[in-house]
Ligand binder design. Structure first.
Ligand code: PLP
Length: 444
């Protein structure tokens, strides 16, 4: 949908992307909407990528974009990093997937278990979606209970049980976050009985609802740093309270660290000092190849152990394929504490500079984010949960996104983004300047 604020920016974008436009027209004949991924689409059409290298993405029209989208935070070492390219080439020559396990899988599993506080054992999948699905399956089997709780606005992938109250429209919202809203037409009505929804950062209400359903609740799945609210961190008391109440009632606490794992060597759980029973992963741990994982307490994970009779099935033709494992290993070896320290300090600088830009432009905006992650919301409300994030002005966000594209800068369509290990003050300043120019045109 085009908006009046974004109209001029969209016209400029269309003028500079004719090949993308014709590819989109062709693509739409064979793929609904022209692609295989809802989030890859933006109006009037996405730029078709030709290639990417380092901090930059190049589209088929020859435009170059300084990339802060980095495939939804995945490319933490930038695009086509020579070390990753090298191990992928080597692995491709040795075979790219087998029925049997490889040594690379053991090394990556060991690396993750050694750095993530909650991780005693882990299993790999091909997406974060599968990771959260399997973690929930494990929690249900372990507790013998079937309901799950999630937070309003929380995204945990695209399987059925987490597709409740993900992005409910303002007009569909109930009086409070504890009324679950099905995400898609045709979902079984039982979904709103089996999935309990909670308000993020509201410990009193969340705890009350969890206690009400305690006997039937297998797990609470949540993010410590909420990607859907512009990488907003959970309040410390709220996080500790969630840990305490789930522990007391025998409910498995699952931290979805598909995105937040990038904030420190041991993820957000280490940064905030709250340790869940299970953790899910994706994005950075596969070095840019398809990946997901879940893991945690040995006694829960043992339910997936075939040598123990495995009451729980977990198959997958490409699980832990060696291409993903070797690429992931390069990333995890590269991410030493000093690398995080430098990248996270730049994130701090960026957020401070963005706040100054919006003050200067006299635009009501909130800048959220943790470590190397940032989010922008056009509202004067403090962002604490889904409802406050929803108050952000969508037209301004669209204008900003398109304005930045026209300045040669790529962020997420919702206004958020991530740094990578190649980012320096120069790229931070280029992003800030982009906001001053393209951003200002659209949002003033
Ligand atoms: C927090 C979170 N959980 C789960 C997922 C699902 O991961 P995937 O897209 O790999 O299925 C995502 C994806 O963006 C995510 O951000």
């Amino acid at each position: 949908m085009t908006t009046s604020r974004a109209e001029a920016e969209i016209q400029q974008f269309v003028a500079s992307t004719p090949k993308s436009k014709s590819l989109q027209d062709e693509a739409a004949q064979y793929l609904p909407g022209g692609s295989s991924r809802g989030t890859a689409y933006f109006a009037p059409y996405p730029t078709f990528v030709d290639h990417a290298k380092g901090h930059y993405v190049y589209d088929v029209d020859g435009n170059r974009y300084l990339d802060f989208m980095i495939n939804a935070t995945t490319h933490i070492m930038g695009h086509a990093h020579p070390e990753i390219v090298e191990v992928l080439q080597e692995q491709a020559e040795r075979g790219n997937s087998f029925s049997g396990p490889t040594e690379a899988q053991v090394r990556l599993a060991k690396n993750l278990c050694e750095r993530v506080p909650s991780l005693e054992t882990v299993r790999f999948t091909n997406s974060g979606t599968e990771g959260t699905m399997m973690a929930i399956r494990g929690a249900r089997a372990f507790t013998g209970k079937h309901k799950i709780a999630k937070f309003e606005g929380g995204y945990h992938g695209s399987h059925e049980y987490v597709s409740v109250s993900v992005r409910p429209a303002a007009e569909d919202l109930g009086p409070d976050a504890t009324i679950p809203v099905p995400e898609h037409p045709g979902q079984p009505p039982s979904i709103t009985e089996d999935v309990i929804t909670l308000p993020y950062n509201d410990l009193a209400t969340s705890e009350r609802i969890i206690r009400e359903h305690g006997d039937e609740l297998a797990c609470v799945i949540m993010e410590v740093v909420s990607s859907s609210f512009g990488y907003l961190e959970g309040d410390e008391d709220f996080l500790r309270g969630m840990r305490a109440v789930t522990e007391e009632l025998g409910i498995v606490l699952i931290f979805d660290e598909v995105q937040s794992f990038r904030v420190s060597p041991g993820g957000a759980q280490e940064m905030f000092g709250v340790i869940p029973d299970m953790t899910t992963f994706g994005k950075i741990i596969g070095g840019g190849m398809p990946v997901g994982a879940w893991g945690g307490r040995r006694d829960i994970m043992a339910l997936f152990d075939p040598s123990e009779g495995a009451p729980l099935a977990h198959a997958g033709t490409f699980n832990a394929n060696p291409m993903t494992m070797v690429a992931g290993e390069v990333v995890m070896n590269h991410l030493t504490p000093d690398v995080y320290e430098r990248m996270n300090a730049l994130g701090e600088t960026l957020r401070a500079k963005l706040r100054a830009v919006f003050d200067e432009l006299e635009v009501p905006a909130q800048v959220t984010g943790v470590a190397s992650l940032f989010g922008i919301h056009f509202t004067d409300k403090e962002i604490v949960d889904y409802r406050s994030a929803l108050s952000s002005d969508g037209d301004m966000t669209k204008a900003l996104f398109t304005g930045l594209l026209n300045e040669g800068i790529l962020i997420q369509t919702g206004g958020a983004g991530a740094l990578n290990t190649l980012t320096t003050d120069e790229e931070v300043d280029a992003l800030v300047d982009g906001y001053k120019a393209g951003g200002a045109r659209g949002v003033r």
